[in-house]
Design a protein around this ligand. Structure first.
Ligand code: ZN
Length: 279
């Protein structure tokens, strides 16, 4: 297996919403907000080469929305999806699979691009992966998540015929060294890659733990549809992770890409901060 970090740029989200019930006096020390109470977040995807497949995990926010939409999210930083794939030595047409952890706009926006009047898959040779439960949830959105599931990010994938559903259960294999963990707290049936790489296990946390600072149990985003479920899932996965010396990969942490874990008397906390390029 080979892994490449795919940075797609930074955006801003409200610090309070990202930290749930945690008071600003605590989170602001770790992730300082701007004058509008917004903090910077990464959209850090991952390219996984295994079995002769080139699997892109998530796609960032993309570039097809209008200025008004992007005006809410203050995109910054120089990294872009396609450029990062090229920097890793590949062309977008080399991608065989796009593995979508879930269909919120900051994860699936780059999956579809504008071609004249039409919206088409960005990766023309790829199979796009979701699962039936999550897909149904996203195309019939509840009022709380409606603003995160945008039809223009989702429907063109199905119309192209490139969509397939992962039918496995929690812990089943998607590709060599690539298992899928299913969690339901953030949204219905979010899929987390669990990867075996250079004798280490890496859990791609997606929105279960958006950043390294979300390790303590009460640090759960206000966006989550089932926060108590998130806390249970986080507890179980972190216990598994610390017992087996896994590394965690953070999609939204603006600074920290990966960390190892240690058990402390206050709970499970980070130990060393790493990057894929160091493994
Ligand atoms: Zn999400």
């Amino acid at each position: 297996m080979q892994l490449h970090t795919i940075n797609t740029g930074l955006f801003k989200l409200d610090g309070g919403a990202m930290h749930g019930v945690v008071p600003k006096a605590l989170w602001n020390k770790l992730n300082p907000s701007d004058d509008n109470n917004m903090c910077s977040w990464a959209m850090r995807c991952l390219l996984v080469e295994t079995d002769g497949r080139l699997i892109l995990v998530d796609t960032g926010i993309g570039d097809k929305q209008d200025e008004k939409f992007f005006g809410h999210y203050y995109l910054h930083g120089n990294d872009r999806l396609i450029q990062s794939i090229q920097n890793a030595g590949y062309s977008p047409d080399d991608i065989t699979d796009v593995f979508l952890t879930h269909l919120h706009f900051d994860h699936v926006g780059g999956a579809v691009k504008r071609a004249g009047e039409k919206l088409v898959p960005t990766f023309k040779n790829a199979t796009y992966w979701s699962n039936a439960n999550h897909w149904d949830w996203a195309i019939n959105p509840n009022d709380r998540e409606k603003a995160s599931f945008l039809k223009e990010n989702i429907l063109p994938i199905q119309e192209s015929g490139q969509l397939q559903f992962f039918e496995g259960k929690d812990g089943d294999t998607f590709a060599s060294g690539f298992k899928v963990r299913l969690v339901n707290g953030h949204t219905e049936s979010m899929m987390l890659p669990q990867l075996e790489y250079n004798n280490q296990t890496i859990l791609y946390c997606a929105d279960l733990l958006p950043s390294m600072h979300h390790l303590p149990m009460p640090w759960v985003m206000a966006y989550d549809t089932r926060p108590l479920e998130t806390m249970k899932e986080k507890k179980l996965l972190l216990e598994e992770a610390v017992a087996q010396n896994w590394l965690l990969y953070f999609e939204h942490d603006a600074v920290n890409e990966l960390c190892s874990l240690q058990q402390t008397d206050r709970g499970i906390r980070y130990k060393d901060i790493l990057a894929v390029s160091q493994l």
